[in-house]
Design a protein around this ligand. Structure first.
Ligand code: ZN
Length: 347
């Protein structure tokens, strides 16, 4: 998902996009590159579905919504892809299935995507799109006594497979979050969260360097599967060299294992969402380290793109193709991360 410090690659020219992804770009993306107003008729997909799609990726993290009014966009004119365009982008990237996230918290949004809208979209594409529901912990009573459980169970019964993207810009272990997490744990749904470095100017729950609040929640809710995501999370795959790295994409070798590696080793309920620039950077900035990391945590990592724009670079797609073709990780680890971990978690 994106804001001024967006955690994915910004749209670029069409030619550059094709070169960087190595995948065919449909007509809808050409339309999108002009940043014109969003409308269904303009974005009708025209490309044939990739024949290998059934064996394609399972994407743990992306965004879509029904078209909004033409001027309801981010300040730079971008917007989420419509469901039709999303499906075309998935086809072109070889993505068989994907989790569609709901986003309810107001921080850094240009529009709200409710669970009901997400469900309606996913119902149009059975077998392709998997819905995640969501709440903001200030809903209901804005108190630490709010009872979300009946609503979470109702969403689960309606077919939602998880909660996210969870983005309220309050401390990760704020009592409001602790109350909500205990009920998500009880409902038996996994939760995808976005971490931010501070309150204000960001979306996502706040944690300090070293992720002490994340450790607190992992310890407090051992049966709740947390899917870690965002720059602040993935920058700690290595030791932070300076605090600025937290909101960016630290480059270069991972000289020493960071907190994410240690927390994943210690807490089996911490899983890794590899979507967006942050997840891709974490596994590719130091290739050898990335391969080892994926082998060690092959049961708890998930391929993902964080599609949230039209068009959007998806550098993780050619990266994963290369992993497979050049056997850079074991065939077993590849299959799990590319597809079967998500199938198992969300069945
Ligand atoms: Zn996102």
């Amino acid at each position: 998902m994106s804001n001024s410090r967006q955690d994915h690659f910004l749209p670029r020219g069409r030619r550059e996009f094709i070169r960087s992804t190595g995948i065919f770009i449909g007509s809808a993306l050409i339309t999108g590159a002009t940043a014109g107003p969003l409308s269904d008729s303009k974005e009708t997909p025209a490309q044939p579905v990739n024949q290998d799609i059934q064996n394609g990726f399972f994407d743990i993290h992306l965004h879509t919504c029904f078209p909004r009014l033409p001027k309801i966009t981010r300040s730079n004119g971008t917007h989420y892809p419509s469901p039709e365009v999303l499906i075309e982008m998935m086809d072109n990237a070889g993505i068989a299935k994907a989790v569609v996230l709901s986003t309810l918290s107001p921080e850094c949004r240009y529009t709200i995507v409710t669970p009901e809208e997400t469900l309606q979209i996913c119902d149009k594409y059975p077998g392709r799109l998997v819905p995640f529901c969501n709440f903001d912990p200030r809903y209901l009573t804005n108190s630490t006594k709010a009872n979300f459980l009946p609503l979470l169970l109702a969403y689960k019964e309606a077919g939602f497979k998880g909660v996210g993207e969870y983005i309220p810009n309050i401390f990760l272990d704020d009592p409001l979050n602790m109350n909500f997490f205990s009920q998500v744990e009880e409902a038996g749904l996994p939760l995808t969260f976005h971490l931010a470095p501070q309150v204000g100017g960001y979306y996502g729950c706040v944690d300090e360097p070293g992720l002490p609040r994340l450790e607190n929640v992992l310890k407090s809710f051992p049966k709740l599967i947390f899917l870690g995501h965002s720059q602040v999370f993935w920058s700690e795959i290595g030791i932070l060299k300076n605090p600025d790295e937290r909101s960016g994409y630290p480059r270069g070798p991972v000289e020493k294992e960071g907190r994410v590696v240690k927390l994943m080793r210690q807490y089996p309920n911490l899983h890794g969402d590899l979507s967006a620039g942050s997840g891709f950077n974490a596994i590719s900035r130091d290739p050898e380290f990335g391969y080892k990391f994926m082998e060690e945590f092959q049961d708890r990592l998930y391929f993902g793109t964080d599609i949230a724009n039209v068009p959007q670079e998806l550098p993780i797609v050619p990266y994963f193709r290369k992993l497979k073709e050049e056997k850079l990780i074991s065939a077993e680890a590849y299959e799990k991360i590319a597809r079967t971990n998500a199938e198992r978690l969300l069945k």
